[in-house]
Structures are given as C-alpha cells and as structure tokens.
Write a protein that binds this ligand. Structure first.
Ligand code: UDP
Ligand code: MG
Length: 327
C-alpha cells in the first residue's frame, strides 16, 4: 500500500508524574493531530506516577477515545515505557515524543512528510538544548564516545523523538532484549533513515524526571548493549600496566647497580615507595575491571531470567489485553 493512502499514525508518550504539563500537552498535541488529516491514536504510558497523571489521562480518554492510556504497576523507567507504547501501537507509523513538550507536537507533520517520501525512520536532531551545561556536556561526550565503540552509524545528538515505519516497529517488538536503549536499537535496524533538525525546547512545566542515576543507567545500557569495547579495553589496559611495571622493575634494578649516579641526579631509591605504587595501581585496575565484567554479567543475568519488561496495572482503550510483553 502507498504511504500516501489513508494510514494511521500512532504517537507514544511516556509520562512520569507529569500532571503540570499534561493539560497543555493535550491541547497542543490534539491540535497538531487534527491537522495531519489522518487517522490517529495517542498512547500515553503512565510509568508508575504518584501524582494526578493517571486521572488526567482518564479524563482525556473520556473526552476523546483516540487518547489511549495504560499505567504500569510501578516505575519501570522511560525506555521501558516507550517500549510498551510501541508494543501496543497499531498505527502504520509510530512517533515517540516526551510528555514535557520539549519535542514540539507542531513539528510532527514534518516527520510524517519525510515518511511519506519513503523514509522508514525519521529521527530528530537537536540543535539547541535549553538545559544545564553539565547535562549538555554529558550528552555531547556520550554520543561521540558511543559512536566510536559501535560498528553501525548512530546519529549524533538525536534522542528518542522520532517516527518509525511499521516494519521497524515490528522488528523492535520482536527483539528479545530487556535493557533497551531504544535510539540505539532504532539505528541498528538499518533501512532508510534520515534526520530532521529542530530546536529542543525547555520543559513546558514541571521538573525533569531523569536524575543523574537514571541518566547514568541509560548511558551504561547504551554502551553495554551495543559494544564489548569496554571488555576488550581490559586486555589493552592490562598490557599497558604490565609494560609500565616492567619498565619500573628495570629502573629499580638500574638504580641498585648505579646507585651513586641516580643519587647525584636526585633519583636515589626510596624504600617501599615503588612497591606501594605498584600495588595500588594494579589493585585499582583489577577492581575497575571486576566492575566492568560485573556490569555485563548483571545484564546477562537480566536476560537469562526472562522476566517481563513491564506489568500493566490498568488500561483504557487498548486493543490488546496483554499485561506484559509476551508476544
Ligand atoms: N519518564 C518516564 N519514566 C521515568 C523518567 C521519565 O516515563 O522514569 C518520561 C517523562 O515523563 C518524560 C520523558 O520520559 O515524558 C523524558 O523525561 P525528562 O523530561 O525528565 O527527561 P530529559 O528531558 O531531562 O531527558
Ligand atoms: Mg524533558
């Protein structure tokens, strides 16, 4: 079927304690959706909010049943909320946006336009982040380091705001992994991808729900699920440290043989110093690498347990009655 035909658009919005921003989101998103001239549905995933988010979503569903809502039994995290939304979306194209209006709904028609031109994935590239310097710097460094570690192209500075064709969504839904880094998996699928530049807005209301811990977890998931470079770095670092210690040993022997010469240039032997340095250095490297191996091991353990990624407590207007991610 041609993409110009009347096709359905799904929008997935993860919401965690977003009561301040939801009224404006409803208005602006509804306004934008009415302008697409297409059939649409908007799936809001309440990620275990403890404010008024769920009630607001229920009211919106009562006003317009094309607003679908589901709520998790607890906070499972942004990437899981996005994954659950994608899983239940029924559209021919699925769009992911944040609830806080940092991704303006008014931009979505441009994504749909690109999709109709034949692109399978249209992702947003942020020009100006209206966020603190620390967060901007961390993201900037993360995307650049990450893209060096993987063997497919990861678009720099693009978050989850995107449009995906049904065939991409079907692939993502069929992937077995639990700790999902959606923007990485999306890039990994391949097909026809293109970026659209937009200016990332500041949050319309409320506070950011991503704290440092969640951001760090996202970054580690991103790297570990796509790259084993940190593991192979262990070998390189080990080699480097061994060479360094070997040089140190030779230096110590020379110091003993040519003691007076070394003393004359101020490098006479200091008892115990070399040993302490060596022990600290090796101990540190070993601990770091126990940690790195632990991170991989922990994720392998998560995969092996095969627990569901999310549990749905209640839903409104959802086509399927599945409460977990079982296919
Ligand atoms: N979010 C979520 N679960 C979480 C944290 C965040 O569903 O545990 C949602 C949040 O409601 C928002 C989106 O993910 O719609 C992005 O969160 P936020 O704006 O706090 O992140 P930032 O813009 O700082 O990256
Ligand atoms: Mg935000």
């Amino acid at each position: 079927m041609n993409r110009k035909d009347n096709m359905k658009i799904s929008v997935v919005i993860p919401c965690f304690n977003e009561q301040e921003v939801l009224p404006e989101l409803f208005l602006r998103m509804q306004g934008a959706a009415e302008g697409w001239g297409k059939d649409w549905e908007i799936i809001c995933v309440d990620d275990g909010s403890y404010d008024n988010t769920w009630n607001l979503l229920c009211e919106q569903h009562a006003r317009d049943p094309r607003w679908i809502a589901l709520s998790f039994s607890r906070n499972f995290g942004h990437q899981t909320a996005v994954s659950a939304g994608i899983f239940h979306a029924t559209g021919d194209a699925v769009i992911i946006v944040d609830a806080d209006l940092q991704d303006p709904p008014e931009e979505i028609h441009r994504f749909i336009g690109k999709w109709q031109e034949g692109y399978d994935i249209v992702y947003a590239i942020r020009t100006h982040r209206k966020e603190g310097i620390f967060k901007r710097l961390s993201y900037w460094a993360f995307y650049r380091i990450m893209s060096k570690m993987i063997d497919f192209e990861l678009p720099l500075d693009s978050g989850d705001f995107c449009l995906m064709d049904r065939k991409i969504v079907d692939i993502l839904n069929s992937l077995p992994e639990r700790n999902r880094f959606v923007r990485g998996l999306r890039a990994w699928t391949g097909f026809n991808q293109t970026g659209l530049i937009y200016e990332r807005q500041a949050r319309a209301a409320g506070r950011a729900k991503y704290n440092f811990k969640k951001l760090r977890r996202l970054a580690i998931d991103g790297v570990i699920s796509f790259s084993s470079v940190p593991l192979s770095l262990a070998a390189h670092l080990g080699l480097f440290v061994s060479l360094l210690s070997f040089t140190g040993i030779i230096l110590l022997i020379l110091q003993r043989i040519y003691e007076s010469f070394f003393e004359s240039i101020g490098l006479g032997p200091k008892p115990g110093f070399a040993i302490i340095i060596a022990i600290l250095f090796l101990g540190g490297v070993q601990l770091i690498y126990l940690g790195v191996i632990g991170q991989y091991l922990g994720r392998i353990y998560d995969e092996v347990k095969r627990r569901p990624q999310w549990i749905i407590k209640q839903s409104l207007g959802l086509a399927s009655k599945k409460t977990t991610d079982e296919l």
